[in-house]
Design a protein around this ligand. Structure first.
Ligand SMILES: Cc1cc2nc3c(=O)[nH]c(=O)nc-3n(C[C@H](O)[C@H](O)[C@H](O)COP(=O)(O)OP(=O)(O)OC[C@H]3O[C@@H](n4cnc5c(N)ncnc54)[C@H](O)[C@@H]3O)c2cc1C
Length: 385
């Protein structure tokens, strides 16, 4: 990543996760002078620790997500390992009914799916059990490799002349005339004409320095990875409360609740490693894919998800300064990232998004949020001190 001296940029982006990087890449593609500031290394947050799912059929950005993913390797010039399509297996009749909703929502938006009987499931998913009830093959969505994708965005920004500075923590902002004019970091100040805050769980703290309230609460979520198994015809198989994929090497990489709520100040002190909860994920994975029951778990980790009160992203102009945009994705940020970056680019360059209605992502929906919303929602933080 960039090492030469930089004094600022037309657009400074805080956060080198998929949201900030995709925005930086889209802006650089438009010829905008862009600088991404990341306090650690790119993808160290949730962006490098997630399940890789790209199937957000409830989102207004869904059509753009689906349009872009199949082209991303070519557009970035780097591999994301995107694979299209998903299969969701039902371990019981209740799950079969529940998972049908995705089929109906996909069909409503013009995407086809197939309902699978147990024999069809076993053909497509050789690791499925003999007692599987059925499933759905969604001919939309898919999955990609989070690490490759994060790296691809960062390299693609630099290929286009943009800058990505790692190990540079944003500490505050300089404002003048109702605008942000510079970003203060532990390595000096960087001037800017426009600012994008895409700092995941830290977005609330940073926006507060500009007088804005952006409600976000972090939750710790965990994933496990098994030894490799022979490749299944389709790597995107989930269900039984799990999300994940089979990697191109054959490993099963899976996660899925329960989430542990945290205060943002406790993230650094809290474990990004795994806990005994991984045993629960492994047990559910064996129920989902019984013929993988003999392989060992070889790796596990945790990541911190940025949750808004209603579980929907916030992508909007900050109301308190004239030249800042905030984007926090509330657990759906990886898959939506190609579309999110495009939307942020248009907000910066054109003031509005031309391809999707972002009104449900507006910050103003939280104008009357109770100060104790976390408590009211029962999101009780685990304390570490
Ligand atoms: C276990 C797990 C599984 C998931 N599975 C999926 C999935 O299958 N599909 C999906 O779409 N989503 C999934 N998600 C959610 C997804 O990973 C996130 O929504 C997404 O990565 C958010 O990206 P982001 O760039 O907005 O935030 P982040 O990835 O949190 O990036 C923010 C960055 O900002 C940096 N930063 C913070 N403060 C500062 C500062 N002061 N100065 C400089 N830099 C700063 C951080 O270091 C971080 O790198 C999952 C998340 C987890 C944890």
């Amino acid at each position: 990543m960039s090492s030469e001296a930089v004094n600022g940029a037309g657009v400074v982006i805080v956060g080198g996760g998929v949201t900030g990087l995709s925005a930086g890449w889209w802006l650089a593609r438009q010829g905008v002078d862009v600088l991404v500031l990341e306090k650690g290394i790119v993808g160290w947050g949730a962006s490098g620790r997630n399940g890789g799912g790209c199937s957000h059929h409830h989102s207004p950005l869904f059509l753009e997500e689906q349009r872009l993913w199949p082209m991303m390797d070519e557009l970035l010039g780097y591999p994301t390992e995107f694979r299209p399509g998903r299969i969701r297996l039902a371990c019981d009749e209740h799950q079969m009914g529940l998972y049908r909703r995705a089929l109906e929502n996909g069909e409503y938006q013009g995407f086809h799916s197939d309902a699978l009987d147990p024999r069809q499931v076993r053909e497509l998913v050789p690791l499925a059990g003999d007692d599987v009830v059925g499933g759905y093959h969604y001919h939309f969505g898919g999955h990609a490799n989070p690490h490759r994708t994060v790296q691809g965005y960062a390299w693609a920004i630099e290929d286009l002349g943009g800058k990505v500075l790692q190990h540079t923590a944003v500490q505050g902002f300089v404002t003048a005339g109702g605008k942000v004019t510079a970003v203060k970091t532990d390595r000096g100040e960087y001037g800017c004409d426009q600012l994008v805050i895409a700092a995941g769980p830290y977005t609330e703290q940073l926006a507060a320095q500009l007088g804005a309230t952006v409600p976000v609460m972090p939750a710790r979520a965990e994933m496990i990875v098994t030894e490799p198994l022979p490749l299944m015809p389709l790597g995107g198989v989930d269900g039984n409360g799990l999300y994940g994929r089979q990697t191109l090497r054959g490993n099963l990489a899976y996660g899925g609740g329960p989430h542990e709520w945290l205060n943002v100040d406790d993230i650094e002190a809290h474990r990004p490693q795994s806990t005994p909860l991984t045993g629960d994920i492994a047990a559910r994975l064996v129920r989902l894919l019984p013929k993988a029951g003999h392989v060992k778990v070889i790796r596990s980790w945790a990541g911190f998800i940025e949750n808004t009160p209603d579980g929907r992203p916030i992508i909007d102009h900050l109301p308190t300064v004239a030249n800042a945009i905030v984007a926090t994705l509330s657990s759906v940020g990886f898959g939506l990232s190609p579309a999110t970056g495009h939307a942020i680019q248009e907000l910066v360059t054109d003031g509005r998004c031309s391809f999707a209605d972002l009104s449900t992502f507006a910050l103003s929906r939280f104008d009357r949020l109770e100060p104790n919303w976390r408590e009211l929602q029962g999101w009780r933080p685990v304390t570490t001190r």
